[in-house]
Design a protein around this ligand. Sequence first.
Ligand SMILES: O=P(O)(O)OC[C@H]1O[C@H](O[C@H]2O[C@H](CO)[C@@H](O)[C@H](O)[C@H]2O)[C@H](O)[C@@H](O)[C@@H]1O
Length: 533
Amino acid sequence: MHALALVRTYVALVTSLRDGMNLVSYEFVACQDSKKGVLILSEDSVVKLYDFYLSNTCRVILSTDDQIQAPCTPNLDAVFFCIDLESKSIIYYKLSIAFAGAAQSLGAGAILVNPWNITEVADSILQALTMTPEDREKRHRHNFVHVTTHTAQEWAETFVSELDDTVIEAKLRTKQVPPPLPEEDAISRYLQSTNRLLILGFNATLTEPVDTPGRRADQIKEMELKLHPELKEALTALCSDRKTTIVVLSGSDQKTLDDNFGEYDMWLAAEHGMFLRLTKGEWMTTMPEHLNMEWIDSVKHVFEYFTERTPRSHFELCETSLVWNYKYADVEFGRLQARDMLQHLWTGPISNASVDVVQGSRSVEVRAVGVTKGAAIDRILGEIVHSKSMTTPIDYVLCVGHFLGKDEDVYTFFEPELPSDGLAVARSKQNDGLKIPSDRRPSMKLPVIRSAPKSSQGKGQRPSLNPEKRTANHSCESGRRASAEKISWNVLDLKGDNYFSCAVGRTRTNARYLLGSSDDVVSFLMKLANAST
Ligand SMILES: O=P(O)(O)OC[C@H]1O[C@H](O[C@H]2O[C@H](CO)[C@@H](O)[C@H](O)[C@H]2O)[C@H](O)[C@@H](O)[C@@H]1O
């Protein structure tokens, strides 16, 4: 009855004042076919609603139903009814507890009304009934795309990702503080190994500490990330060692990595690994296809608003994320603003979007779900192994970074055995991305920014690096190679102890070891470079 009525409905008027999920609006859009019915929705504004709520003790509900017009309490209910042109009747559906959240998602295609303004509601009904077919089609198309792309699957993935984050954060809080990096051991094992992988973060790992004397925080130039000047020689030496592969894995964009590392022979993985390039080659993307980025403009507006109102804050707009940074602003004020911003983000235009809101100590990031360093490392390694035509396993991994909790999945990626309690969640989380059947796994595709090098074009499946199987034989299969050329070998053979994960300037971490600051990273890398030359 419910679905049938929705199918027959030409105009749906949903005057919710609070929404739970307001499925009716979505169902109405989904049910529309050739007639492209018009949706009228209560205008959505938390603030307005709140103000209204405070200044009103009673209200009038628009309805023809006497029962519903009964004197009302400040409880904010909703009336949903449809106009059925065939029976020329108004069908009252239900009175539900609702808040107009649907207007955040379907607002662009619906006619938005203030449900308290009866004249406005009446006008909107007239507008809906007399709307041209073109206008109806345009509005319907917008809402239909939204309903069909924001699926239950997408919602569930976001939900599970948030739950995972909560558990990981809780575990981190109770975790023991790891010991300092055993530098001598790390160096001696490095020297004994033959196929090493160094994964280095950038910000606060390879940069000069922010509070270096002489820095003027009010200069926008100072906001640009710069490679620590004392690292040049060491990096050059390490990069020139054929037994060593270096990847700078950073949240920064491609240009920032190009500017700082363009001269070295290494791999650059920008935007948390969503873009990848060998410095001799072109950028390509490792991004999963169909990453939903519709939310980016809405978030940009929120970030602009807060940047204007927070002196010395700034934001970076990347392709898969946005970062609002207040590290140069007054910290207390910055925190207050960040709290406000989070409120806006959680209740506002992205409350329904497939994004992760990641809070740093002096930043707020909004990323598409799935944009983490750990999620990208599998694809990055696949590309490196393939591109270098590696035939021997990687027998040493050093992974150093000042990564946010969200990106600590990169440390656990290489752990041979995760304790059943502490890191189990991190493992299951990272495996979410890796368990996808091989035919559905995202593969490297053509670069978004510039052309891919010929060597990466048309490549198919990369070697699978599922950590659960990393001590077993891996099938390394490239779409470019004939199937007869399949090779099997251990991609990683770290023997447990040849893995050094190290968090910089943090104590709550999944990394095995700690370094105090980027100065310590510089000093360690210099020792490593000296020892191997
Ligand atoms: O990805 P990287 O280039 O290695 O950088 C590491 C993280 O740097 C940024 O976060 C850090 O600075 C923020 C403010 O300046 C601070 O709020 C956060 O706590 C720090 O971790 C960047 O925002 C992250 O995306 C990077 O992962």
